[in-house]
Design a protein around this ligand. Sequence first.
Ligand SMILES: Nc1nc2c(c(=O)[nH]1)N[C@H]1C(S)=C(S)[C@@H](COP(=O)(O)O)O[C@H]1N2
Ligand SMILES: [Mo]
Length: 196
Amino acid sequence: MGNKLPPGQFETENWPILHQGDVYEFSEDTWNFRLFGEVKEEVSLSYSDVMKLPKTVSTIDMHCVTTWSKFGTTFEGIALRELVNLAELNEGAKYVKIYGYYNGDPFGYSANMPLEPLLGDDALFVYRWKDQNHEWEEITPKHGYPLRLIPPASFYLWKGTKWASGIRFMKEDEAGFWEELGYSMTANPFKEERYR
Ligand SMILES: Nc1nc2c(c(=O)[nH]1)N[C@H]1C(S)=C(S)[C@@H](COP(=O)(O)O)O[C@H]1N2
Ligand SMILES: [Mo]
């Protein structure tokens, strides 16, 4: 098969850590996950509600806009579509913003994407991982514990919100944290869509 390196990227075997702001410290009592926006009724899930959902294991390549790519990391998580299935969407809800913690604000970070490409086995809210050098282990707080999105490899990794807190469904695409600062709305590494 052979790994396909997107233009302007180099391969790393390590999993670097990049984010803005504080590392969120998980507390099950106060944590919840919200499905809101273009839905008939908002949904709020506890940690145990989320962890009871069906699990998916997938190997997903990661491409960071700072030019590192990591191939062949295997993740266990909850497919984004399992969460989508819990909400009744309004007609025309074609985009999502995935929110996460930023300096204590559960909705301080966000990343926007179209919904349709996120309905497969390669869009997971993950909590465990392994690779050629590591046995299964929980993702560390710095990588987004208890739950962080790993997006399909057709998106740069900033779309992979750490310390995820909810999904907002939208009829129109709307810029998230990095997109507001000039990064790409579509962010396809293979088309080198870094900025907008
Ligand atoms: N909540 C939150 N999620 C975030 C970020 C952030 O600052 N806050 N940074 C993003 C960016 S820019 C990248 S490249 C990836 C890095 O994930 P990693 O540190 O696990 O490699 O997380 C993304 N998710
Ligand atoms: Mo990034």
